[in-house]
Design a protein around this ligand. Structure first.
Ligand code: NAI
Ligand code: MG
Length: 363
């Protein structure tokens, strides 16, 4: 079978990290006949420099046609002054919107070798494996009205509106329940039903969806502020957390800091399964940005990008054993003390981006 990958390396360290995934894909094709086909396009600042848009129509079509999109990072000081519609992030937002990527998966995994470098106590984070499922295309970031209104008396009013419809809550909670079945079978839903109507509806729909289709999964509910506290206090109590766009943004960043470095964190954004084929649109990207401060030096940590590819194997191609093997290789690399500058401890020797990629492939 052919498996069509569309690479959008982007700016800064994006292409440096993506090069390590390309090496890995080449090895999987050569040694294991994995049948990956890679196309590559432009996104972000480099796309703007080349043709004046943050992503071209042609590349949008190629993204639509691919089985999975791998995205590096976009942006940098060079493009800080460009117009709003052509700014680097616009390309990423367009991809999320046009591919209808409503489910954002942010794992927070603490590798044993890094448990000591977390900002928290080792016993709190060692063995941590949380998956935050964040709704990505609705809620406060998109609801109407959204404006700054001039009240005419020297006052202005900034307005954002949280809107959620039943179907949006059903489909995101469905993703969370299904993923839970492949893990520890537990979902914690977070909202603020005590002060928000959309929170009341969220709670009702998640509960009803659970009773109707996922009663085998253990479901709990938590107010999102208490959830934030629990994430820091006793993070290992969670398996899958499902929450809205705004709370998910905050909670996933909190969870990220339980694990060590930004250079370690992958993410996946998934669309709805196609009714005929069962396949879904998907984009995989590291959580970090283009890191202009270290770009071009060959020292960026490629593990977030490589771990994003592991998610791609699991969620787009059902290659669960291969994904687990790749994740185990990442853990083994770290166990052997092979680390880039961002994660190496005091007195340790850092390797470069290419050596890190090679070390994972070797294992
Ligand atoms: P950043 O994530 O690029 O960097 C933050 C800090 O973490 C820097 O000190 C950087 O060197 C370090 N870092 C990040 N990834 C690393 C890696 N893989 N290996 C080693 N060190 C790493 O965030 P920042 O500095 O706020 O933004 C830089 C640019 O990236 C901006 O133009 C921003 O708009 C853009 N950005 C793009 C994102 C995306 O493409 N999805 C996400 C976040 C920021
Ligand atoms: Mg955020």
């Amino acid at each position: 079978a052919t498996r069509k990958l569309f690479f959008l390396p982007g700016d800064g360290i994006g292409p440096e990290a993506m090069a390590e995934v390309r090496k890995l894909v080449d090895v999987m094709n050569a040694d294991h006949a994995a049948g990956f086909e890679i196309e590559e396009g432009l996104v972000g600042g480099i796309a703007y420099d080349t043709h004046g848009q943050s992503i071209s129509e042609t590349d949008m079509e190629r993204a639509q046609a691919a089985d999975a999109v791998l995205f590096g990072a976009v942006g940098g000081p060079k493009w800080d002054g460009v117009g709003y519609d052509v700014r680097p992030e616009a390309g990423l937002l367009r991809l999320r919107k046009d591919l209808e990527l409503f489910a954002n998966l942010r794992p927070a995994i603490c590798y044993p070798a890094l448990a000591g470098s977390s900002s928290l106590k080792r016993e709190l984070v060692e063995g941590l494996d949380i998956l935050i499922v964040r709704e990505l295309t609705g809620g406060t970031y998109f609801g109407e009205p959204k404006e700054i209104r001039d009240l005419g008396n020297g006052q202005k009013r900034g307005i954002d509106t949280q809107v959620y419809d039943t179907y949006e809550i059903e489909r995101i909670s469905g993703v969370a329940f299904e993923l839970a079945r492949t893990r520890q079978n537990r979902v914690c839903s977070m909202e603020k039903r005590n002060v928000m109507k959309s929170g009341v509806l969220w709670n009702e729909v998640v509960t009803a969806n659970h009773a109707a289709h996922y009663a085998d999964v253990e479901l709990s509910h938590m107010l999102a502020d208490a959830g934030g506290m629990q994430l820091v206090r006793r993070p290992k109590q969670f398996d899958v957390i499902v929450t809205d766009n705004l709370f998910g943004d905050l909670l996933s960043d909190v969870a990220a800091m339980l694990t060590g470095s930004l250079g370690m964190l992958p993410s996946a954004s998934l669309g709805a399964p196609d009714e005929k084929t069962g396949t879904r649109k998907a984009l995989y990207e590291p959580v970090h940005g283009s890191a202009p401060d270290i770009a071009g030096k060959g020292i960026a940590n490629p593990l977030a990008m490589i771990a994003s590819f592991a998610m791609c194997l699991r969620y787009s191609f059902g290659m669960v054993a291969e994904a687990e093997r790749l994740e185990a290789a990442i853990a083994a690399t770290l166990d052997d003390g092979v680390m880039t500058a961002d994660i190496v401890g005091e007195g340790g020797t850092a390797v470069g981006t290419g050596e890190m990629g090679d070390a994972v492939i070797a294992r």
